[in-house]
Design a protein around this ligand. Structure first.
Ligand SMILES: Cc1cc2nc3c(=O)[nH]c(=O)nc-3n(C[C@H](O)[C@H](O)[C@H](O)COP(=O)(O)OP(=O)(O)OC[C@H]3O[C@@H](n4cnc5c(N)ncnc54)[C@H](O)[C@@H]3O)c2cc1C
Length: 231
């Protein structure tokens, strides 16, 4: 554990914390999990995010770890020409980092309605943290291009009422895993999800969030929609 740094800035009133990288584990060719030390005094709720400050760059990440875990684990997509992810993918274990947070309100709101968690790619992260903090029996739709990006499936499948990988890039030579849907999460919601009011939690690409919000308005009256745009 490292002591919190009390420094704050006018632009970002949140307290800065010092941490360091403890572990890196590749989940697929382009996605890795990065575990950082949890700074003393840093608390968050599942679904909230942190901001990593590096040189003049600030990037937000939604932990996959439960708030009670000793470290903070992040699921990060490597962006070849990105400003921060190539550094995080390559820098030494032990490298110090500065972070702020927690940020955001994308937390689970208990209700009578079934929760439908909808993610694209690394947008699965807040739902992993929610599952690790005891939330279960949700419907989970994970939109990915190919099955190699089906991270955390073995953890999520047993606690979900339904876990449906929605694979948009599958070809005849790249067969669908059992229980998967060929197409985008939008197509699944439009054609397969039984009509009733739900609590939808949407996380990931903004075009998915826009399209799903439109279909919820059209087909699922009295549902609630909570969103977290990654990019
Ligand atoms: C609230 C919030 C939470 C986020 N949580 C996560 C998270 O848990 N994991 C994560 O990987 N990213 C997350 N992001 C995105 C993250 O903040 C960065 O934008 C991303 O890591 C790229 O940073 P970069 O500096 O390497 O690339 P940049 O130079 O910023 O980005 C280059 C381009 O990469 C694309 N891109 C950005 N993020 C992704 C992504 N996740 N998958 C595919 N393409 C992407 C965009 O088109 C972007 O324009 C989150 C963003 C927000 C706002």
């Amino acid at each position: 554990m490292v002591a919190p740094d009390p420094q704050t800035t006018a632009e970002n009133p949140k307290k800065r914390f010092q941490t360091k990288i403890l572990k890196r584990r590749w989940l697929s060719e382009k996605t890795f999990e990065l575990e950082c030390e949890r700074p003393v005094g840093f608390d968050f709720q599942a679904g909230q995010n942190i901001c990593i400050l590096y040189q003049n760059t600030e990037r937000y990440y939604s932990p996959v770890s439960a708030p009670s875990d000793t470290g903070i684990a992040l699921c990060i997509r490597y962006i070849k020409k990105g400003l921060l992810t190539p550094f995080l993918a390559d820098t030494d274990i032990g490298t110090p980092l500065t972070l702020t947070g927690p940020h955001g309100y994308f937390t689970y709101k208990p209700s009578q309605k079934t929760a439908v968690f909808v993610a694209t790619g690394t947008g699965i992260a807040p739902f992993v943290a929610m599952g690790r903090s005891g939330i279960k029996d949700f419907i989970l739709l994970h939109g990915i291009r190919t099955a190699v990006d089906l991270y955390y499936q073995s953890f999520l499948q047993p606690i979900a009422a339904q876990h449906v990988p929605c694979i948009s890039g599958a070809t005849k030579t790249d067969p669908l895993p059992k229980g998967a849907f060929k197409g985008k999460v939008f197509d699944y919601i439009k054609t397969k999800l039984p009509p009733q009011p739900y609590d939808f939690y949407l996380c990931g690409r903004q075009d998915m969030i826009r399209d799903v919000t439109l279909i919820v308005d059209a087909q699922f009256p009295e549902s609630r929609v909570f969103t977290e745009v990654f990019y």
